[in-house]
Design a protein around this ligand. Structure first.
Ligand code: TD4
Ligand code: CA
Ligand code: ZN
Length: 308
């Protein structure tokens, strides 16, 4: 089918309390993994590009690849801009054919964030009814090479969220509830403020988005280290965290790190096991297949499998 507007996918997800996975990509293989997983699991899927991904892959290339693959897929595929930070980013992606955009004004003051988000909403809604995700509160970790340390991270305030959504008109909201981007998320126990999700959901009713939601699979980390990598001991979200977050109102879960880790683990192992190999297809092929399996597992965990 043609690319789907993300807002349309949300209607059923919000009604039936499941989440749709967002899987980031910047190359052919990750995109194939996600779209094939959607087909095999009969699941809606969101594939997303950060501005860094767009720089790497080229916007026309990425949009056209996604359109071509979505056409052949019987499950709905949405193409989303992840962490756009300016109107230039929003316009570029809406004009290029994205069906959803995120405007991340979380580093600005509340008033500035509202103003920027409002502008993004006006443009996106007017040009094809494109869905807009905004962010309030601030996640720790790294995004677009900006490192936010724990002291500058802050959780989303529910009352501020009411005013923010009312005045900005955004369709969905990324909330800061304790997760962070990248492989190093929690010092010690996993700490997520599930009550905060429930409170915000009750007040807003709109789809909520969980960023920084990778599980940081210890097995991938172990394989990476076994085959010459150097990663510190770390952990992310377990299955129960996904369930609780979704039960309390999350409808979109962003996953990137888990795919990168699995990809790195398989590429490292393949290169080690087959030292004579130099055909990229035989090196990237097994990694592509493994990333697809990870995505299929996520679709089951998030409850989107079978919902296409
Ligand atoms: O929004 N994301 C993905 C962030 C991707 C950053 O991409 P660049 O390196 O191109 O800037 C998430 O919320 C994913 O969180 P995760 O837990 O997977 O790190
Ligand atoms: Ca942010
Ligand atoms: Zn994010």
């Amino acid at each position: 089918m043609p690319l789907e507007i993300l807002g349309r996918m949300y209607e059923k997800a919000n009604r039936e309390y499941y989440a749709i996975g967002q899987f980031n990509f910047s190359n052919l293989e990750f995109l194939q993994s996600a779209v094939e997983a959607a087909e095999e699991m009969k699941s809606p899927v969101i594939v997303a590009c950060s501005t860094g991904a767009i720089k790497y892959g080229g916007i026309r290339n990425l949009v056209n690849l996604t359109r071509t693959m979505a056409e052949k897929c019987s499950a709905p595929v949405a193409l989303h801009l992840d962490h756009g930070t300016s109107m230039d980013h929003i316009k570029m992606c809406v004009d290029a054919g994205f069906t959803s955009v995120m405007i991340d004004g979380s580093h600005h003051s509340l008033d500035e964030n509202i103003k920027l988000t409002r502008e993004a909403v006006e443009y996106a809604h007017k040009n094809g009814g494109i869905t807009v995700e905004a962010e309030l509160g601030r996640l720790g970790g790294i995004e677009d090479d900006i490192k936010v340390d724990e002291a500058h991270a802050c959780l989303t305030d529910p009352q501020e969220a009411v005013r923010f959504v009312k005045e900005s008109g955004c369709d969905s909201l990324a909330v800061a509830v304790g997760t962070s981007h990248g492989a190093y998320k929690f010092k010690g126990a996993v700490k997520i403020d599930f009550d905060r999700i429930a409170t915000i959901k009750k007040l807003l009713g709109i789809p909520l988005v969980l960023h920084g939601a990778s599980s940081v699979d210890p097995e991938s980390v172990a394989v990476i280290n076994q085959y010459g990598g150097k990663m510190k001991d770390t952990r992310g979200l377990d299955a129960e965290s996904y369930h609780k977050a979704i039960r309390n109102g999350i409808n979109k879960v962003n996953i990137d790190t888990d795919l990168r880790l699995k990809w790195t683990a398989v590429v490292r192992k393949t290169l080690h096991d087959k030292p004579e190999e130099f055909d990229p297809r035989n090196i990237l092929g097994p990694a592509r297949a493994a990333v697809k399996e990870i995505i299929k597992e996520k679709m089951k965990l998030l409850g989107s499998a079978g919902k296409a």
